[in-house]
Design a protein around this ligand. Sequence first.
Ligand code: FAS
Ligand code: PHB
Length: 389
Amino acid sequence: MKTQVAIVGAGPAGLLLGHLLRLEGIECVIVERQSPEYVLGRIRAGVLERTTTDLLDRLGVNERLHAEGLQEAGFALADGERLIRIDTHGLTGKYVTVYGQTEVTRDLMSAAPSRGLEIIYEAMNVGLHDVDKEAPYLTYTKDGHTHQIDAQFIAGCDGYHGPSRKAIPATVASEFELEYPFGWLGILADVPPCHEELIYANHERGFALASMRSKTRSRYYIDVPLTETLEDWPDERMWNELAIRLGPEAAANITCGPAIEKSIAPLRSFVFEPMRHERLLLAGDAAHIVPPTGAKGLNLAASDVAYLSDALISYFNKNDHDAIAAYSDRALARVWKSERFSWSLTKLMHRFPEDGPFERQMQLAELDYIANSVSAQTSIAENYVGLAL
Ligand code: FAS
Ligand code: PHB
């Protein structure tokens, strides 16, 4: 098979990129290791920045987004006693939209056939070849046969564990990583949210997040030691802990119910540079990971793809090669600022095992400063709704 851009991975990055290229008549194909059902079974992000919803609007893959997405004008930080509201819309003029990553993925997958976007699922043993030459190619196995896709560019959208990053020589690569000493235990339940906006809580006992998927489906998280497993957290214990950590105002409105999904995810900050090596271009989790505290992971994948699709469209449709050359630096500038915000909010809102009473006082003092400073709230707000492209 021959194409212009071969994309590895059918998560949000790969799907958004494929659609944006097809919209401009550029030939591309996506190879995905898993089945469609498996991809849709992953419960992940829930908050979309304007950058992300703008891409879905540009694609016209936005009907359910506008019908079911919840526009949020603010969120709250909680210190165990009070809620400190950050008026993101009032301070920035922007909303964020609560609409699950699973639904974004579903919408993009559903729209693929009618837009000529080919997705090859259950493509095993994907190999990247000659990425530093004029004619890179992919190989993969499916139904017992080995297949080859010749392309002009390969887009590595295969997430943190995919093969693309490893196709860049260590001699030109730099990695930056920080692993956090806790994970997030997440629960999805068909119960109404306890608050109309998201609440991020830093309680004496630890972190909690009250989020949602709709007015009848809630998503909650607490941080747990990395030694703990789902067996340590039966639903009842989780609901009780959430009520304590979110504080009395939220706890009064929590509706408990059976978990329809429960998982523990580790937290890390990670950046891989460069995001381009010759004919291989990385986007999304293949190049960077943020702790979910700032709701940036999915949205960073979208901003990478906004830059990358512009660069590839300029290359193929305007014979302008400069944007491809500038892609990595341009994407990384925004990546690092999101990494900083996600790291700083994680430091503010979590109890670290090595921290003592002084560090706790520093966290409470910073929350009190935020509660009383429009400047501090504005800084948080403009990062939370997403910095300009
Ligand atoms: P993805 O990982 O979504 O997609 C990569 C795709 O490549 C996958 O479909 C994978 O199957 C495929 N792939 C991998 N290896 C392959 C191979 N060898 N061959 C072919 N295909 C291959 N972000 C938030 O903003 N908020 C959150 O609350 C949040 N929670 C998260 C919870 C978990 C458990 C995880 C893992 C991530 C979470 N994230 C969250 C971040 C997440 O949403 C990512 O940022 C987002 O999925 C990034 O999208 P992609 O870059 O497309 O990567
Ligand atoms: C979610 O709803 O899954 C969610 C929301 C905000 C975050 C992280 C996760 O920061």
